[in-house]
Ligand binder design. Structure first.
Ligand SMILES: Cc1cc2nc3c(=O)[nH]c(=O)nc-3n(C[C@H](O)[C@H](O)[C@H](O)COP(=O)(O)OP(=O)(O)OC[C@H]3O[C@@H](n4cnc5c(N)ncnc54)[C@H](O)[C@@H]3O)c2cc1C
Length: 397
């Protein structure tokens, strides 16, 4: 059986590896020129802490040993699911018995005036990161649009290279999807003090100014932030164009069942391009879990992908912040432990006697404890009084 995997990101590479191990003939087509690499670690290349080879997850020798035919710089342009035939943008035809779509997401470029000027960068691929690295020197003024996980990570990495960075964020505190306002305020303060980041919050970008090159960011209140570089980190959209044109069921992502099967018999979909039970994932752990499920489905096993609560940690060294589950849900009770003097903060949300969300700031060592309570849906009534102090205090309860 010949399996074609479309997209050589973490999910595609993992699925190709498992399919090859199972003895299938595997072709892995990726539109990027690079060998499969660890996208999660791109910030280390941006900051200069690592170079490209350190991020490669599937080197040429490993792909050869697995018997995988790897085609870099090969974007699949059309898919005939019924006939089992894909055609690349260069016109090469690849026949398949099964195809696995793993096309991931595309970073969003908001259509501000000036959004396509030289000096405006996205933060998604190795090529984006290498282009930013070439452009930034000590003293370069950078405006990062978006104070979410990726925007903060890019801002800290560029600051590490000597840039002067302002984060422009539409909400009043950073990472609002993962943090409540108090934890967000602690984070902004610490990033300012330790990473020299400035924040404009809440602030709406209206335009990027410049003629042949970025010169400034203009905010809705008229403020101008002078800069030579803009990084747009404002979210991603599942890459579903190929699947939609092939006639597959597509909602926000390519609709898949528990076994990662799409609406087309020969085609599976995994990772950030897939929509499972109405949800599209945005983290690498579920993307890899889907890849494992798809490989099992290819092997003919009855496999079920079971989503887990997605924990989030900011990868800026020296900053310990973690969250999982629902953040500030309107219908939940909250327990807060706060000691501003030592920069330690915890907030837990409970519904019906169960932990449904948690934010840890300053000390995240107990994260696995709270994650397991959430995953198990355990009744926390017997431990409620000491719950914010973590597992070490549970025996005393
Ligand atoms: C800078 C950065 C930091 C991150 N940090 C974290 C983190 O700390 N923790 C975490 O859990 N997640 C993190 N993520 C998210 C994580 O990288 C993604 O969840 C993960 O990469 C998803 O894997 P994927 O294989 O589904 O998609 P992708 O990684 O997007 O890979 C899809 C691949 O398919 C290719 N492709 C698209 N269309 C085609 C086509 N038609 N033909 C051929 N190839 C195609 C794309 O070029 C891409 O190479 C981060 C992401 C970025 C950008």
């Amino acid at each position: 059986m010949h399996v074609l995997v479309i997209g050589a990101g973490p999910a595609g590479a993992r699925c190709a590896e498992r399919a090859a191990e199972a003895g299938f003939a595997v072709t892995l087509c990726g539109s990027e020129p690079a060998l499969p690499y660890d996208r999660v670690a791109l910030g280390r290349v941006l900051s200069g802490e690592a170079e490209v080879p350190a991020l490669i997850t599937h080197g040429a020798a490993r792909l050869r040993a697995l018997g995988i035919t790897f085609r870099p710089s090969t974007r699949i342009a059309t898919l005939d699911a019924g006939a089992g035939r894909a055609v690349s943008a260069r016109g090469e035809v690849v026949a398949f018995d099964r195809a696995v779509i793993a096309t991931g997401s595309d970073a969003v470029r908001l259509p501000f005036p000036g959004a396509n000027l030289p000096g405006v960068y996205l933060y998604r691929s190795m090529a984006d990161v290498l282009a930013m690295r070439r452009a930034v020197v000590t003293g370069t003024r950078v405006a990062v649009i978006g104070g979410g996980l990726l925007g903060l990570e890019a801002a800290a990495a560029l600051s590490q290279r000597g840039a002067r960075v302002t984060v422009v964020h539409a909400v009043g505190w950073p990472m609002e999807r993962q943090l409540d306002p108090a934890a967000g305020a602690l984070l902004a303060r610490q990033l300012g003090a330790t990473r020299r980041l400035s924040f404009a919050m809440p602030a709406k970008t209206e335009a990027i100014e410049g003629e042949t090159q970025v010169r400034a960011l203009r905010l809705a209140d008229g403020t101008r932030i002078s800069c030579e570089m803009v990084v747009m980190a404002v979210g991603v959209l599942p890459s579903v164009g190929l699947a939609r044109a092939a006639g597959l069921d597509v909602g926000r992502g390519i609709v898949v069942d528990d076994a990662m099967r799409t609406s087309a018999a020969k085609v599976l979909a995994i990772g950030e391009c897939a929509e499972h039970r109405g949800t599209v994932c945005g983290l690498v752990a579920p993307a890899l879990a889907m890849a494992e499920t798809a490989a099992a489905t290819l092997r003919g096993e009855a496999a079920i992908y079971a989503p887990r609560p997605d924990p989030t940690a900011l990868k800026v060294s020296g900053i310990d912040v973690w969250s999982a589950g629902e953040i500030e849900p309107a219908d939940a009770e909250a327990i807060t432990l706060s000691d501003a003097a030592i920069g330690r903060y915890r907030r837990l949300w409970l519904r019906g006697g169960r932990l449904v969300g948690a934010v840890l700031y300053g000390d995240t060592a107990d994260a696995p404890f709270y994650l397991s309570l959430m995953a198990q849906g355990r009744d926390i009534a017997p431990m409620r009084a000491l719950l914010p102090f973590g597992p070490a205090f549970q025996d005393a309860a």
